[in-house]
Design a protein around this ligand. Structure first.
Ligand code: GKR
Ligand code: MG
Length: 435
């Protein structure tokens, strides 16, 4: 007679790549494509409970997710400390190159080495395990992480220069109009503040020459006096330009985010300004912390559980930042509600979260949940429902998956430069520093 399987043993994992509508938001690489790939993970236990996870859905991530999903069958959802070794064994344990040149080569997500891709994939499975475990135990994910320290998590308005529509009228339409100058940026901020109650604002920069972006931040400061403001050119500037912008905006910036690429250049800028520097580009793994902190290159690390390997790794990063007196907040990329729920659950457990977190969620009008997550007063409630507290809508998931299946327009891999070439056939991602 064989023993019955434990109810927390993983019996099945469904991986569903989807394409989700994205507006024409501009950045250093180009413009967002009309649809962005994401991967939705459904993990079913022997006890019949389903846990949800979400991560990047580009081909490189899917290629790692499939073997990892197969290897997880038969393991328990509580076996989280063993996940990195399992992932390394299954996906290949190639060493990660680091260094400033590599950072420049990596685009907006920093250096995308095999090890980092592996962590992003693993994070989706870790979240799904925690969701399933919480649902089975009748506990919210934050309880599995030691309990929440706050009932609401603050998010900031994420402002983008943008066009009214995608080149060629592709994709879904929205009524936001274009935002290409200070007045447009302020109007966008006002609408985000009115709709969601945001009280802090981050402008994605590196799109226009710095003086134009400085003027936009000045206009925001005039429209929202005393509110925390941030500017993030994703490493597009030289050290000299960064110092000049920091000087010009020192009285209104909460922090300047990745003005230059790489730890060495960030350290040079930091040494010449009193404006704190934040990053989601030069410190994206534990290996990159020591040098950056020793050189005092960054004052705020913008954690992203997708990069760092999950919610428990986020808490480990928080502890390191606390130890070294470095601030912590949260970065976001295009994401849906499963990821927002995961971000909120972990953010609630971190004592040293001193800045509003980033989220792209207001730009994502489509989701795979039965109910969108509400942002009120710039905050998301930290739910106490079991697991992540969100419910998958299978019909919506199927519809977004059908879009992925139907794609023959090269959208299965996010490529903002390719999207930009639809408007400007000569576009190549500018070399950095651009200004
Ligand atoms: O969505 O265009 C974008 C952002 O630029 C994103 O790709 C970055 O990863 O939000 C990000 C950031 O803070 O650098
Ligand atoms: Mg950033």
């Amino acid at each position: 007679m064989t023993d019955a399987p434990h109810p927390l043993t993983i019996a099945e994992i469904r991986l569903t790549p989807i394409l989700v509508a994205d507006p024409p938001l501009l950045n250093t690489q180009g413009v967002h494509q009309p649809y962005t790939p994401r991967l939705i993970i459904e993990l079913v236990t022997e006890g019949g409970v389903t846990g949800l996870g979400e991560t990047y859905g580009d081909t490189g991530y899917l290629d790692l997710a499939r073997p990892l999903a197969a290897a997880l069958i038969g393991r328990r959802v509580t076996d989280l400390n063993g996940l990195p070794a399992l992932a390394a064994g299954v996906c290949g344990d190639s060493p990660d190159a680091t260094g400033d040149d590599a950072v420049h080569a990596g685009g907006l997500r920093g250096v995308r080495t095999p090890g980092k891709l592996r962590l992003s994939v693993l994070s989706g499975f870790e979240v799904a395990c925690l969701d399933a475990w919480g649902r089975a135990a009748g506990l919210p994910v934050h309880a599995l992480l030691g309990g929440k320290l706050r009932d609401r998590v603050e998010y900031g308005a994420y402002l983008f220069y943008r066009w009214a529509e995608h080149p060629g009228g592709r994709g879904e339409r929205d009524d936001w109009g274009a935002a290409l100058d200070p007045a447009g940026v302020v109007a966008q901020a006002r609408r985000l503040a009115d709709t969601y109650g945001f009280t802090s604002f981050k402008l994605k920069g590196g799109v226009f020459e710095p003086a134009r972006e400085v003027a936009a931040v000045r206009a925001l400061a005039a429209a929202f006096p005393g509110r925390p403001l941030r500017l993030d050119p994703n490493g597009a500037w030289s050290t000299a330009t960064s110092r000049q912008v920091a000087d010009e905006l020192a009285d209104v910036l909460e922090y300047l985010e990745d003005p230059v690429g790489g730890t060495a250049r960030m350290a040079e800028v930091a040494a010449g300004t009193r404006v704190p520097l934040a990053t989601n580009m030069c410190v994206t793994t534990f290996d990159e912390i020591a040098e950056a902190f020793r050189r005092r290159a960054v004052q705020v690390v913008l954690c992203d559980h997708h990069y760092w390997g999950g919610l428990r790794a986020t808490r480990e990063l928080a502890a390191v930042c606390r130890t070294f007196g470095v601030g912590l907040s949260m970065h976001s990329n295009t994401h849906l509600g499963i990821s927002l729920a995961a971000m909120t659950q972990v953010a609630a457990t971190v004592p040293n979260l001193h800045h509003a977190c980033d989220t792209h969620y207001p730009w994502q009008t489509e989701d795979v949940l039965t109910e969108r997550i509400a942002i009120r007063d710039g905050r998301v409630d930290v739910g106490d429902a079991p697991g992540l507290g969100v419910t998958l809508d299978p019909d919506r998931l199927a519809a977004l998956h059908r879009r992925w299946l139907a794609d023959d327009g090269g959208l299965r891999d996010r490529d903002d430069a390719a999207a930009m070439r639809r408007a400007d056939p000569d576009w190549t991602v500018p070399a950095v520093p651009r200004w």
